[in-house]
Design a protein around this ligand. Structure first.
Ligand SMILES: [Zn+2]
Length: 256
């Protein structure tokens, strides 16, 4: 009986065994980037790794084998580079990294792969990367933003936000629940304090803008109403929805 759900703790024979069971491999895709004055630069990596691990455990309890690949700790954070601590890839390297990881996982016999995204800046690039990944891997690889399937439940738990915003109520609540020792003073963590050009154009024009242009402290959201209790409730909903989604046989019946 294989106990761990973490790829990095498995021996090769156990990985072979899990491939023969058609296990779902969850690859957490994160970032290392500034998270305002009160959260560490590892926030996205820590949250998505925890979510993925709990999802894999919940899947196993439901009889579907799930494994969590090592977390991709860097992503697309070029818009955060003007704040210290951010380490970002460019789009080309990100795309190639995602493809190479999926090709290797597939090479070892796994055809059910999810790229579980934990960072807003990865959303667009991941969609582009997946187009190529699916063609080269030959099986449908799915991308999921971890907060997306439980969006409705999260909106009911959150007081001032409706979803995850950068270092706001949701992320701060999740960190207060999981890593309270890493959360600093968030009594003034609210942003943005400058207008978004997309809003100025009525949503009709989009552009690249750095975070420094939009927020002096690196926060887009309102962390002030965050609590550990909200974080706990949100995490439970997120894990439940994702485990159900990845365990759904119909998800994996798609052919390319
Ligand atoms: Zn974040």
């Amino acid at each position: 009986m294989i106990e761990t759900v973490l790829w990095e703790e498995l021996k090769w024979a156990e990985i072979k065994e899990l491939a023969s069971q058609n296990a779902v491999v969850i690859v957490p895709v994160a970032s290392t980037e500034q998270h305002g004055p009160h959260l560490p630069v590892s926030t996205d990596a820590k949250l998505v790794t925890t979510v993925a691990t709990r999802v894999a455990k919940a899947m196993r309890e439901g009889g579907v084998p799930g494994i969590v690949a090592p977390t991709v700790w860097t992503g697309n954070s070029l818009h955060h580079m003007l704040f210290p601590g951010t380490i970002s890839l460019d789009y080309e390297v990100f795309s190639r990294l995602m493809l190479q990881i999926c090709l290797c996982i597939n090479h070892h016999g796994f055809s059910r792969i999810v790229l579980l995204n934990g960072h807003g800046g990865n959303e667009g690039p991941l969609r582009v990367a997946i187009t190529e990944i699916n063609q080269k891997v030959g099986h449908p690889v799915f991308g999921v933003d971890y907060w997306d399937p439980a969006r409705k439940e999260m909106a009911e738990i959150l007081q001032v936000q409706t979803g995850v915003r950068h270092s706001g109520e949701a992320e701060t609540s999740l960190m207060l629940h999981l890593y309270p020792e890493l959360v600093g003073d968030y009594s003034a963590s609210v942003g943005p304090d400058r207008p978004d050009p997309e809003e100025l154009s009525g949503g009709m024009a989009y552009t690249f803008r750095t975070y420094k242009d939009r927020t002096r402290i690196g926060v887009i959201g309102d962390a002030r109403p965050a609590t550990a209790e909200k974080g706990k409730k949100m995490l439970e909903c997120i894990v439940e929805r994702l485990a159900e989604l990845f365990s759904r046989p119909s998800l994996w019946e798609i052919t390319l």
